[in-house]
Each structure stands twice: as C-alpha cells, then as structure tokens.
Design a protein around this ligand. Structure first.
Ligand code: PHE
Ligand code: ZN
Length: 899
C-alpha cells in the first residue's frame, strides 16, 4: 500500500510528455494583504477567461496549507469543491467572456519554516514563490505559462513594518487607522506567479540613480536591516555593472523605473529573480573587507549579475513548464559567467574563472550525472520540482549554451539572442525554442547543420567520454587524430546516441612550439594554431598534413565540451603542455592530470600511503610554476591545488574514502615540504597586498599567500617548528581583511596547531554579532582535518552552541553540510557519521524539506563505497526511508538512492 503523507494524496511523478496548455487564463490579479505574522489575510480578485483553444473544463486552482474563507464569482456566491489541495470551480459561466473571481484566504507566515510562500524572518515578511510557493499564498493557476498583470496592496502596522514593497511601481501609499499604513504597487509587465514578491519590515536602502544607454532614468535600491547599510556598496556596484554589461554585450536594457534588491538571512537558496524585486540571501549581498572574503566578493558580483540578467532571460521570456527550467537557468548562468569574465579583464583572469567553473562542473555535476539523481538538462519527469534545481540544470545547462555560443561564434550568438527576443518576448517557451532561434540566426553554422543532433545534449543524461588516439606517420608527415565517443547508461536511458562535440584543439612540438594546423585537403595558407573540430559520429578521423614531428595534442581547449577526455598522454607530454600550451586552461589541466595519475597509482598500491607519491620532475614543474614571474598568482594557486577527493573518487570503481583522503593529504604534505623555500618566498612576496580591493590581481595574491601559509604551518606541524604557527596566530589577530584572517585561522585549524583553539575563540569573540562570519566559524571547524575521529564530537558539541540554529538554512549548511562533505571525517568505520547524517535529515525534514533533501543527497554515491562503509551507508539510508512522514522532497532522493 502506498504511504499517505499528512492525509494528502501520495506523491506521483509528473511527465513532460503530459504537458497541456492551461484550460483557463488569468489576465489580471489584484491582491490585498493584511499582514500579520500569525494570521495574514489575502484577498485575491482575478479576471479569468477560458482558453478557447482547449476543450471546456472546470477551473482547478492550486493551493497549499491555506485556509479558505470565501469564494465569489462575478460578485455573487458560487458552489465549489476541494479535490486534494485544489479548489475546483465547475459551474463558471460558459463562453469566452471574462469572469471576475474573488477568493479570500488566510495563512500563518510565522509558522512557515519551509520558507516557501509568505514567511517571517527577523520580524520582516518575505515571499519565495519559485517554483510552487505562490499557491501557499493564495489559490491560483500556479504554473509558469499563466502570465498575469499584478496590482498589489499591502497593509500593515506602520511602526513594525515601515517599508512595504512589491513588484513594479509604487502608485499610492498612506496612513490607515489604528497605526496601520498601506502601499499599492502596480507591475507594468505581465508575469508568471513564481515571480511575484512582497517584502514588509523595518529596512533601510542604499539608493543609486542611473541613466541607461537608452537615456532612461532608473532608481536602483539595495534594502537591508538598519546597521548593514555600509555593507551594501559592493552589491550596488555589482548591480550597476550588471545593468551596463547587459546593454553593452546584448543590447538588453532595464525595463523598469525601479529595481530593488532585498536581503534576508533566512533563505533556502542563493537569491531569487522576482520581477523588479530580487530577494537575496544576505550571503550574496553583505560585504565589508572586515567580514567578507575575496570569494564572497566574487560571489556577490556573480549572483547580483545572475539575478539581474534573469530580468530578460527568465522574466521577459520565461519557461513553458518546469521541465524547461534550464531554458532560464542554463542561459543565465552562462551570462553570469561571461559577465564575471568580462569584469575580470585579462586573458589570464578569464582563464582562472573558466577553471573555477569547470572545477565545479567536474566535482559536483559529473558525479550527479553518474549517480541515482542523474537527469537530462531537460528532464522527462520529476516527483518534486524543488529537487531539480541542480548542477545539471544550472552548470551543465550553461555548458550546453556555451557550446552553442562556440558553434556560432560570439557575433552569431548575439544575433541569435536578438532573434530569440524578437520571437518570444512576453512568452513562456521551451529549450527547443531557444536553440531554434540561435540556429535560425546562423544558417550554415555547424549548430544549424546539426541542430536536431545537438539537441541530444538536452535530452540525454550522463557525461560522454571522448576518446582521442593520435598516430604520427613520419614518412607522410601526417598526424591522424581519431576521436570517438561513448556515454554510459543512466537511469531510464540505456542507449545513447552520439552527441555533437566541439573539440577546440592545437598541436605542439615536444619542445612546446605550436604547429600550424592544416587538415588534409586544405591550403597551407589557411593553417592556424588552434581550431575547432566538430565530432558528430561515434568515431571520426582527422588527418593533419605537414606535421614535422610527432606532436603533443592539446585537446578540448578551454574545456570546449562537458565531457571526459581520454588520451594516453605520457608524463613528458603533460609536462610540455603545462609549461608551453598557449591555452591556459590546458596548462592547468595538464597539472591536474598528472596529480590525478599519481593519486590513482598511490591509491591502488598496497600498504600505507607513501610519503613520496609525487615524482621529482612533477615537483620541479611545480617549483617552476611558483617561481615564474609571468604567471598570475591566482593561476599558480589553481595549478598547486590537487584534484579534489570527490573528483579522485569519481575515477574509481570502488572507493575507500579514507584511502583517498590519506593519499591526497600525503601529496599535500609532500608539496609542503619539498617546496618549502618557494612557499616562504611566496609568503613574503604576497603577504601584504596593500589597501584592500577585491580585484582579481590582489585577490589572487592573497589566495596564493594563504596557501603558502597553510603549507608552512603543515610542514611546521611535522617538524615541531613554532615560528610559522606563531606567524599565523599573529595574522589572525592583526589581519586587515577577512580573506587574510580566514586564511590564517584555517592554516592553524587545518594543521591541527595547538594555537588553533585559542585563535578560534578570539575569532568568535570578535565576530559574534555577525551571522555571516559565524557561519564561516562553524564551517571551518566542521571541515577540519580529522585526527583520530575528533571532528564528529566537535560538531555535536557545536550543535549545542548558543549560536547554532538548525532552522536557519545558512547556519545548518555551515555546520551540518560542511561536516557531511568532509569525507575524511564523515566516512567513519564505526558508521557514526552516517548515523548523524540520518538523524539530521529526519530532523531537518520536519522543519524545511528543501534543505533536508539537499542534505540527503550527500549519500548519492554510496554504492561505490567499499566495506564497511557501504553496508553502514545502506543501513542509514534505509532508516530514513522507513520514516512514515517524509516530505516528497526527501522521499524522492532516498528512493532513488536505494533503487
Ligand atoms: N531562480 C533562482 C536563481 O537561480 C533560484 C531559486 C530557485 C531561488 C528556487 C529560490 C527558489 O536565480
Ligand atoms: Zn537563476
């Protein structure tokens, strides 16, 4: 028998193939809110009409945890019934005339711990409607293809909620009786319900007037709690840069008089693109040099950009249904990545950003694509849509857009975007509509030639493997490159058809000189040093002429496709690429391949992890990188970062997480000791970056200095030296910015220095008023290197700390998620980590299913674990599965994990 949850209908899957246009349209909606934390009253007046293209049907409105007080039709009473959570109106007037509907409901924002719909955070009202939160505010056709014009009146106590905000323009405001006041907002653009927002509370704003290229005046506002105003400068600058960038790069201007950002400390995700009223997690708004790191500054710029860019890619043109989520998310991530690159400036800075993005893709998305939650960029079914805000939809989706960009060129892509908006402005459309517009604007391009096949990137899940075999013929002076592709089966997709794979490539001589690329049959005069091959078959050969020596191939430059590249590079080939490739991405990639190779060898070897895993020539190559004056500090830092434990684990059929951890730690120690003089020089040369600015160059120097300090403290822990830990401790005390302070604190914690405890205490005392800094403090301790199983007890003790609150998503993530992602501390032979995980999933599910379900996914790859981990993991997952009242969110993840 199916388990019934909370007396509701059992969860069923929803299929993309079942899409039907709505039977009714909602043209206008007029909402009046009487805001009260315990009981907020919502009056909704809608003008609805039948969709003439669909056979006549009852009007079925979605609702969730609402109290229904009254329904009226055209000013009079009406009959209605409830079908599960839906309000069904069967007797509406026939014909195509509009019908006036009035629905009066109440809800309890203060009890809303799911943070979906209308909720209260620190005495302020916020809404979150994507994907299906609007139905928790009022009965509605809560689907993205129903777009309406909104008028919103907010009424609340003036003393408690002096600021009343909603989408669009403020048209009226004033006082009411009993100390209450009101504000009326009209949104000039029609929108789907998931883009509705309101905010009410005691807030202050940083304001900026700007004139767009088009000559229009706009008011930009960033709202925060009183006291946080001085931390909004960077967010405002990022917003101004975003506005200018979208005009310059894509000709897309701000279409509103007023654009608002509001920050809240209780938020499930990063931020939300509600039309004209973006709501942000404080983490992506608030920054000062004393409290935020360089990474925070960069994230703020990119998230502010992301939400702003949604104003066109998401809000003006939205998704037909939630299966098309990547239409807006993949495209908008691509746009924010390009924005960050353009802001960073230099070619090297662009490459660093690209490397960062690819690292996320490979360490998080590749495992997702190989695990139980694997799904296509455009999924075919889901149980809980909230589970599909994934790295596949976002990051792989962005790669799929990037490939289209690269297949038509930068200019061609801009033309394609223009056509996309000409065709679809104001509509709710599909991923196919997008690729069609890009292809149609670029007839003759490889994308247009292979459009149907290219679309397999949207429909087929899994990471393709691209195999490259090179053969040099000295007599004929030809080099034959054979490219072949395959893709492992994923859930529900046994057979995969070939993808269109753009392979940007070049050839180098053994000494690192570029070789001109002349494909057989081409003119020597056309030869170039880098070109794109387009693989469309399962296997294809490319023959290059006039090749004077056996070349080293540089393949998949800039990571031109989201695939796993297999090629039998010799160590010497990789050292050549690391030293000489003109493509910085592949220079870095060579270092990663070498690191991975040595790690895998050491993992496979028997006995204790040896202290000498890295060979001398690799160490020397790293030394040269650190000493090279021409290389950017940020780039050096990335080259010296070994592949992550999760990336290494993905390469193994069976994973012993403790072995992976021990081997990687041994490699780090080896780099620490073998390169000690270089680390000392690096520290001296980069420890002082002058007056704080979060620019690319100085941030890179701080990152590298931080790594040096960490390496020096590690080495000190081994030799018993106290000088470097002493310097780190001093730095914790007198650092002029949070980046340097955090780096020093983490060097002490990571090296298990006896000074760590004292430094942590000082840090806490200094920042106990600042929630975002406390998050870092919790996270750092949960991510500490495990020494004899000491991290879990520390985490359990921290859960009892006065500053720990499990209901706050940021805080729960900082402690619990950080611990569960700390492989060396989490995968314990006594299974205590898994027991802790199961307990927390169950506990958080009772509070906030979305957060719980993200935590549940920590176990995605449990089937790859060796014993005793595997059996213990299964037991923990089964214990969660056995709970009768799990949310759909957690149930879907757990069911898939056990399948
Ligand atoms: N649409 C938001 C974004 O990517 C993410 C989000 C999804 C926020 C669901 C809240 C809820 O910008
Ligand atoms: Zn987004």
């Amino acid at each position: 028998m199916l388990q019934l949850r909370d007396g509701q209908a059992p969860a069923t899957a929803i299929y993309r193939a079942d899409y039907e246009a709505p039977a009714w349209w909602i043209d206008t909606v007029d909402l009046t809110f009487d805001l009260d934390p315990a009981k907020t009253r919502v009056l909704s007046k809608m003008r609805v009409r039948r969709n003439p293209e669909v056979p006549a049907q009852a009007l079925r409105l979605d609702g969730d945890e609402l109290n229904l007080a009254r329904v009226m039709v055209n000013g009079g009473g009406t009959s209605f019934k409830m079908d599960g959570d839906q309000l069904v109106l069967e007797n509406l007037p026939e014909g195509n005339e509009p019908v006036e509907l009035e629905i009066f409901t109440t809800c309890a924002p203060i009890k809303n711990t799911k943070l979906m719909g209308l909720y209260v955070s620190e005495d302020t009202f916020f809404t979150q409607c994507e994907a299906e939160g609007f139905r928790r505010i009022t009965y509605f056709l809560d689907r993205p293809d129903v777009m309406a014009m909104y008028t919103v009146t907010l009424r609340a106590s003036k003393a408690q909620y002096p600021v009343l905000l909603s989408n669009g323009n403020l048209v009226e405001s004033g006082d009411l009786e009993d100390g209450r006041h009101f504000a009326k907002w009209v949104d000039p653009h029609k929108k789907p319900s998931y883009l509705f927002a309101l905010v009410a509370g005691n807030l202050v704003a940083r304001e900026q007037k700007i004139k767009s290229r088009a000559g229009r005046d706009h008011l930009l506002q960033v709202f925060v709690r009183p006291g946080d105003l001085e931390k909004t400068e960077h967010a405002m600058n990022s917003l101004m840069h975003s506005v200018a960038w979208d005009e310059a790069r894509f000709g897309l201007s701000l279409d509103l008089d007023r654009f608002m950002i509001v920050a809240t400390s209780d938020f499930n995700m990063g931020a939300m693109e509600n039309k004209g009223l973006n709501i942000f997690n404080t983490k992506y708004v608030l920054a000062s040099q004393a409290t935020a790191t360089d990474t925070d500054y960069a994230n703020i710029e990119s998230v502010v950009g992301h939400e702003y860019f949604h104003n066109w890619t998401g809000d003006r043109v939205t998704c037909r249904d939630w299966f098309q989520l990547s239409l807006k998310e993949g495209l908008t991530v691509f746009r924010d990545q390009e924005f960050s690159m353009d802001m960073a400036g230099t070619a090297s800075a662009r490459a660093v950003k690209r490397i960062d993005d690819v690292r996320v893709l490979r360490t998080v998305q590749f495992p997702e694509d190989a695990g139980p939650m694997a799904h296509p960029v455009r999924p075919d079914s889901y149980i809980e849509i909230n589970n599909f805000y994934t790295v596949t939809i976002y990051e792989k989706g962005a790669e799929v857009v990037r490939m289209q960009h690269n297949l038509v060129g930068r200019e061609g892509f801009a033309k394609g975007m223009k056509l996309y908006f000409e065709r679809h402005d104001g509509q709710a459309v599909t991923c196919d509509d997008f690729s069609q517009a890009i292809a149609d604007a670029n007839s003759g391009s490889p994308l247009a030639q292979h459009l149907q096949q290219f679309r397999r990137w949207y429909s087929q899940a899994g990471t393709p493997v691209l195999k490259a075999v090179g053969q040099y013929d000295a007599d004929a002076r030809t080099y034959t490159l054979t490219l072949s592709q395959s893709c492992a089966p994923t859930v529900g997709q046994a057979e995969k058809l070939p993808f269109v794979i753009p392979v940007q490539m070049g050839l180098l001589t053994a000494s690192g000189q570029p070789i001109a690329l002349q494909l057989q049959g081409e003119d020597a005069a056309q030869a170039v040093a880098s070109r794109m091959l387009v693989l469309t078959e399962a296997e294809q050969r490319f023959v290059f002429s006039n090749v004077s020596e056996a070349p080293v191939p540089s393949l998949l430059r800039s990571f031109s496709a989201p695939v796993v590249l297999e090629h039998e590079f010799s160590d010497a080939d990789l050292l050549t690429l690391l030293a000489h490739d003109s493509d910085p991405f592949n220079q870095w990639e060579a270092s990663q391949r070498l690191g991975l190779r040595y790690a895998l060898k050491a993992i496979a070897a028997s006995g204790e992890a040896s202290a000498e895993i890295l060979p001398a020539d690799f160490i020397e190559a790293m030394r040269r990188v650190l000493r090279d004056d021409k290389l950017d500090a940020a780039f050096k830092d990335l080259v010296l970062t070994l592949p992550s434990e999760s990336y290494i684990a993905e390469q193994l059929a069976e994973v012993d997480p403790q072995r992976v951890h021990a081997v990687r730690e041994a490699m780090i120690l080896q780099l620490a000791s073998a390169l000690q003089p270089e680390w000392e020089n690096i520290w001296e040369a980069n420890r002082d970056t002058g007056a704080y600015r979060p620019d690319h160059v100085s941030a890179g120097r701080r990152a590298l200095a931080g790594r040096a300090l960490s390496m020096l403290c590690l080495q000190a822990a081994r030799t018993g030296d106290t000088v470097w830990p002493g310097k780190a401790y001093q730095r914790c005390k007198d650092a002029g910015n949070m980046t340097d302070r955090m780096a020093a604190l983490s060097a002490l914690v990571y090296s298990a220095s006896p000074l760590a405890e004292q430094a942590l205490q000082r840090f806490h005392a200094l920042f106990k008023q600042d929630a975002l800094v406390l998050d870092k403090w919790f996270a750092l301790q949960a991510a500490a290197s495990d020494r004899g199983g000491d991290v879990l007890p520390a985490v359990k003790a921290l859960m009892k700390h006065a500053d720990f609150q499990i209901k706050n998503p940021n805080r729960a993530r900082s402690l619990i998620f950080s611990y569960c992602n700390n492989a060396g501390a989490f995968h314990r032979a006594d299974a205590a980590g898994y027991v802790f995980w199961a307990d927390r999933v169950i506990e958080i599910d009772g509070i906030n299913p979305q957060v719980a379900s993200r935590l549940a996914r920590v176990m995605d790859r449990w089937k790859k674990l060796t014993e005793p981990y595997r059996s213990a993991a299964r037991q923990a997952i089964e214990r969660v599965a056995a709970r009768p009242n799990l949310s759909n969110d957690v149930r879907e993840v757990i069911t898939r994990a056990l399948a």
